[in-house]
Write a protein that binds this ligand. Structure first.
Ligand SMILES: *Cc1c(COP(=O)(O)O)cnc(C)c1O
Length: 349
């Protein structure tokens, strides 16, 4: 018997199956490859520089982001995926006796971090039509985190409604997780000048086809950035590796390419959603690279199983009561989604 070991309810990430034929639509990865300039920079990367530690302040990458976002570089912190940034943000900003608020249906990691760091929290139920009701967030709290557009619903909450939540809670930090913002939502970046309690996080995993490289960032008032930097320097000062910094910088400089692939994904998403609706499925309105849908004629678990037999992997949440009749399907290429659609028709027909 070893004393002192901790018991943890860990986050359960989407599976990473492998196979040549498979269509992988279970973790919202990007359907298209990184930009040609990124692939070229990767091929010519000077491996000898890996001998040294990576940059401490990641100034080159932050400068590129600063230009792209039109935000001063001292308001940006970068990290090893946005999970890295979010986990540090929980430690940096949520240190009150009152509970941190987030929706009952949202990114599953929030609850895990709150538990892990002993942060009191309260899950606010989404409305019957899976929306965030801003009025629910006008109560005493120790901070707020909202994903916009939300996952796994895909629903975007308009910016003026987000602003009301930030405005009503200016004595705590409000984090807006914009993991899917480039698939049709409207960013809250413009609110940064008005509110110093706003912290926005972004990831390169979904829109920039970098899930395997691990790049994310946060944007906020320099006072917030200073606290989160202190956390970074207390856990993992070189949190972004040299290869990731180089390739992510090239990606930002070639962002036009990603606007093109995001546009293709949105077009395919809207086509796919309409096909499902035509089959009688319920489909939540999505501004992301996935759809949440309730199948007709067969159960979600049956469809999940049958698709998996054809090596089509989607996400099913059997343990979440409100989602047990739904599947979350990431949007692949148009060709992939046409194949998925004919398979769904075969199973449900
Ligand atoms: C994917 C995702 C993340 C994590 O992104 P990484 O950069 O891959 O760590 C964070 N928040 C939400 C809502 C996500 O969907």
């Amino acid at each position: 018997m070893i004393r002192g070991l901790r018991q943890i309810d860990a986050y359960v990430a989407g599976a990473q199956p492998s196979g040549d034929k498979m269509i992988k639509l279970n973790t919202n990865e990007n359907a298209y490859e990184p930009s040609p300039k990124v692939l070229e920079a990767f091929a010519h990367f000077d491996g000898n520089c890996l001998r040294k530690y990576s940059s401490l302040d990641q100034a080159v990458f932050r400068e590129a982001l600063s230009k792209q976002l039109q935000v001063p570089a001292d308001q940006i912190i970068v990290g090893n995926g946005s999970d890295d940034i979010l986990s540090m943000a929980f430690l940096a900003f949520f240190n009150d006796d009152l509970p941190v608020l987030f929706p009952d249906l949202t990114y599953g990691f929030y609850k895990v971090w709150a538990d892990l760091y002993h942060i009191p929290f309260k899950e606010i139920p989404l409305t019957a039509d899976f929306k965030i009701d801003g009025a629910d967030y006008h109560v005493p709290n120790g901070g707020i985190i909202i994903t916009d557009p939300n996952a796994p619903t895909g629903i975007f909450k308009p910016l003026d409604e987000i602003e009301k939540i930030i405005q009503a809670n200016q004595d705590v930090v409000v984090i807006v997780d914009e993991a899917y913002i480039n698939f049709g939502g409207q960013t809250a970046l413009s609110l940064l000048e008005k509110y110093d309690n706003l912290f926005i996080t972004r990831t390169f995993s979904k829109d920039a086809a970098f899930a395997g490289l691990r790049v994310g960032y946060g944007v906020g008032n320099p006072r917030l950035i200073a606290v989160i930097n202190a956390i970074k320097n207390s856990v993992n000062p070189y949190n972004l590796d040299a290869l990731a910094e180089k390739l992510a910088t090239v990606a930002v400089e070639d962002w036009l390419y990603y606007e093109g692939t995001c546009q293709k994904i949105m077009t395919t998403r809207d086509w796919f959603a309409q096909e499902l609706v035509d089959l009688g499925f319920e489909v939540l309105p999505s501004q992301t690279n996935f759809v949440l849908t309730r199948p007709q004629t067969v159960s979600a678990s049956h469809l999940f199983q049958k698709l998996q037999e054809k090596e089509i992997y989607v996400r099913y949440f059997p343990k979440v009561a409100r989602l047990k009749d739904y599947l979350r399907i990431s949007i692949g290429t148009q060709a992939e989604m046409e194949e998925v659609m004919s398979e769904i028709r075969r199973i449900c027909g």
